[in-house]
Design a protein around this ligand. Structure first.
Ligand code: HC3
Length: 416
């Protein structure tokens, strides 16, 4: 559906009903009943891959030894992820759809292979009520690791406004010096709202501010604005980078449009000139690396594309009865499983992530600088989640599940 065209008559009436319904919804996006034509067959667990469309930019800070330049490279990588995260699904026409709401334990696994080496992604739905997705992305060549989790809290006022809850932690080793403790960067997530709803052509605009602060003392403050917000161009971004010892001394700044190009300058924005320009990053001419995902038939039964395969096929055919039936099977099996667990006094064992019982050192030291709760907002995300290397090892050691195990999982967890 293009932004210039209005929805077809049948779609148009269900769209009006949808608009009416969102004006009074309860803040849980997964409970939104969207009309069929706005349903996506992609699950939210897949969105974790958006952090690493450019593995070379992701791994670049670990190849640099100067702390100030490392912090700037982290900012560059972060800004480069925005286009994929927030605009890749609807850049031109405004057709942001409603993603599939992952079931507890759903997985999305993949890897990128390019000049940065192998970079692996593990994404897992670690909570269903409230919905929260955790992820780990590791570049094997440099040891750079990103881990995090996120949930969304939505409110309605003029449009859908989404506050992202959660954070990410980037661990960046020093090049050729294993004795030096890696740096950690705490990354907060921007708020967003949906534009174009009234025209039946939704797309994401970012707003407010997010931060990246590091154990070496560098903090980036990133501000987002859109058309109609302040006075700016659609998808405007500006950022400053300072050291905590002197927050008035802006070491670098960046300015531009996150879907197009942005430039990095030395010093504060007021002195930006060709002389202070360091480089310009052009999102449009920076092709990303394709994530590779195993063929569906080789995937673990809880992997997203395999588990939702029948639902996705029904969405593609526009067969809404089949969508309802197939989704219903998974939802029913999941409800049964939760009831059984409750009865037996058990909880679902997450495969790759564990809930942190102790206060997290990264959060304790860095969260106060950027207004994050030191408990990682675990009460709103079903827990404070961290990647569990021991679990990853035991899964690797155990190897692939047998045909009997696959059939059991499909029956008990997915109702297949
Ligand atoms: C709000 C959103 C779901 C959440 C998406 C998140 C925040 C997920 C984590 C990623 O790292 C970044 C990200 C990008 C886009 C966010 C989605 C945009 C729209 C979607 C809503 C649930 C859909 C609302 C339905 C409709 C029809 C209005 O588009």
């Amino acid at each position: 559906m293009s932004r210039s065209s209005t929805p077809a008559p049948a779609a148009s009436s269900s769209w009006s009903a949808f608009l009416k319904s969102i004006a009074s919804f309860n803040g849980d996006l997964s409970s939104l009943t969207a009309p069929p034509f706005i349903l996506s067959s992609t699950s939210l667990t897949e969105f974790s891959s958006y952090w690493c469309e450019h593995p070379t930019l992701f791994a670049a800070p670990a190849r640099e030894s100067d702390p100030e330049k490392r912090a700037l490279l982290v900012l560059k990588w972060f800004l480069s992820t925005l286009k994929q995260q927030y605009a890749s699904r609807s850049e031109q026409y405004g057709n942001e759809k409603k993603p599939l709401n992952p079931f507890l334990g759903e997985l999305f696994l993949g890897k990128w292979e390019d000049e940065a080496g192998t970079t692996e992604l593990i994404s897992e739905q670690v909570s269903h009520h409230p919905p929260a997705t955790a992820y780990s992305i590791v570049n094997r060549e440099t040891g750079t690791r990103l881990e995090g989790y996120n949930a969304q809290k939505a409110t309605f006022s003029r449009t859908i406004n989404v506050k992202q809850i959660g954070h990410a932690v980037l661990t960046v080793p020093y090049p050729d010096d294993a004795s030096k403790a890696p740096e950690t960067y705490l990354i907060t997530l921007p708020s967003l709202h949906i534009e174009g709803l009234i025209y039946g052509a939704p797309f994401v605009e970012l707003n407010s501010t997010s931060y990246i602060t590091s154990s070496a003392g560098y903090t980036s403050k990133i501000s987002y604005a859109g058309k109609g917000w302040l006075s700016g161009e659609k998808n405007s971004v500006s950022a400053t980078l300072h050291h905590e010892d002197n927050d008035k001394d802006v070491l670098f700044n960046a300015v531009g449009v996150w879907t197009k190009s942005f430039s990095f300058y030395r010093g504060a924005a007021k002195s930006n000139s060709p002389k202070t320009l360091i480089e310009t990053y052009d999102a449009a001419t920076s092709p990303g690396t394709q994530l590779s995902v195993r063929p569906v038939e080789e995937q673990h039964p809880l992997e997203s594309r395999r588990a939702w395969g029948k639902v996705a096929a029904a969405i593609a055919k526009g067969d809404m009865d089949a969508v309802g039936t197939e989704k219903g099977k998974i939802e029913h099996a999941q409800r049964e499983l939760r009831a059984k667990e409750k009865e037996e006094g058990r909880v679902w064992e997450r495969r790759f992530f564990s809930e942190l019982a102790e206060p997290d050192e990264v959060l304790t030291t860095l969260a106060p600088r950027v207004g994050l709760a030191a408990d990682g907002d675990g009460d709103k995300t079903g827990g404070l989640w961290r990647f569990d290397l021991a679990k990853e090892k035991s899964i690797k050691d155990a190897g692939e599940p047998s045909a009997e195990e696959v059939a059991k999982i499909e029956a008990e967890l997915l109702g297949q």
